[in-house]
Design a protein around this ligand. Structure first.
Ligand SMILES: C[S@@+](CC[C@H](N)C(=O)[O-])C[C@H]1O[C@@H](n2cnc3c(N)ncnc32)[C@H](O)[C@@H]1O
Length: 277
């Protein structure tokens, strides 16, 4: 019997925001709960049983790590702009300093839905006002020129932090290289990139095998879906960037939630901060 595929890739954005809402004191994302909906709640229950029950906790740690890194850069006057590639339903603008400008980029349906809902939340005083620019783009298409044009119009000569979180798994290596090439065109010396990915060795773990099985059975995948793992060599080999920090879920748990333990095998990701040369 074939299993009905019920989740579109872009809907994974609802899932990561629901994860952050379930560990608010760790993620510090007190607005993630605004995106809660019954379909995502059911999906998470199923995923938690089929893959790993620690995903909500680890994703909350991930949000916290990038939040602290972005805050630190703002406090040190290093950045004026946060550009979030594959932003999904991330809510960073609303818990960061109001002087920061934001650009959020994602597929058209995510952007259209988010823009609409955010405007309702603002009208209902559920969110503080922030300067957020939304751009629709598909990183699997021929997107660079129009996207660069749109970003440059907003960015002018300002310094930026580019975040690409929870996205590279869905892209292939060629698309990833094109993205990092675009980042280097957008950014100037000492600007920052935050990225997260699975290392190759994760493929050997039972949890990762369960993840791939779950995606193949339940997620509507594009024709070219090949999931991607990325080793440190990729980041160390980028000629326009230098790796300045690297963590994984074990090291950030020790920092942000030392009192808690992982109760089963986790889908460990590596988190990287790079600066533009
Ligand atoms: C797991 S969600 C992560 C969202 C957000 N960064 C977070 O951490 O909550 C993956 C996001 O990547 C976006 N995405 C995946 N493939 C993409 C593509 N080819 N072009 C643009 N966005 C893409 C999806 O639409 C979705 O919003």
């Amino acid at each position: 019997m074939s299993i009905k595929k019920s989740i579109e890739i872009h809907e994974t954005a609802f899932v990561t925001s629901a994860y952050r809402a379930s560990y608010e004191s760790i993620s510090k994302d007190y607005y993630a709960k605004l995106w809660r909906n019954p379909k995502t709640t059911a999906w998470i229950k199923n995923y938690s049983k089929s893959v790993s029950s620690e995903e909500a906790f680890t994703h909350s740690l991930r949000n916290r790590y990038f939040l602290e890194k972005i805050k630190e850069s703002v406090q040190n006057n290093k950045i004026d702009l946060l550009i979030n590639f594959g932003s999904g339903f991330s809510m960073y603008p609303y818990f960061l300093n109001e002087n920061l400008t934001h650009i959020e980029i994602d597929k058209p349906d995510i952007i259209a839905y988010k823009k609409d809902r955010i405007s309702d939340f603002l009208a209902d005083y559920k969110l503080p006002k922030r300067e957020v620019h939304y751009i629709s783009s598909d990183f699997s298409k021929d997107y660079e020129m129009p996207l660069l044009y749109e970003i440059n119009k907003i960015k002018a000569n300002r310094s930026s932090f580019i975040l690409i979180e929870g996205v590279l798994f869905f892209l292939n290596r060629k698309e990833t290289l094109r993205l990092f090439d675009l980042f280097s065109k957008i950014q100037k010396k000492n600007d920052l990139v935050g990225s997260v990915s699975f290392q190759d060795q994760m493929e050997e773990t039972e949890t990762f095998k369960k993840l791939i099985k779950f995606f193949k059975e339940q997620v509507v995948l594009s024709d070219h879906f090949e999931y991607q793992t990325i080793n440190d060599g990729f980041y160390n080999g980028l000629k326009n960037y230098t790796l300045v920090d690297q963590q994984d879920y074990f090291s950030i748990k020790a920092k942000y939630a030392p009192e808690k333990s992982f109760t089963e095998e986790i889908l460990n990701e590596n988190l990287y901060i790079l600066t533009k040369n």
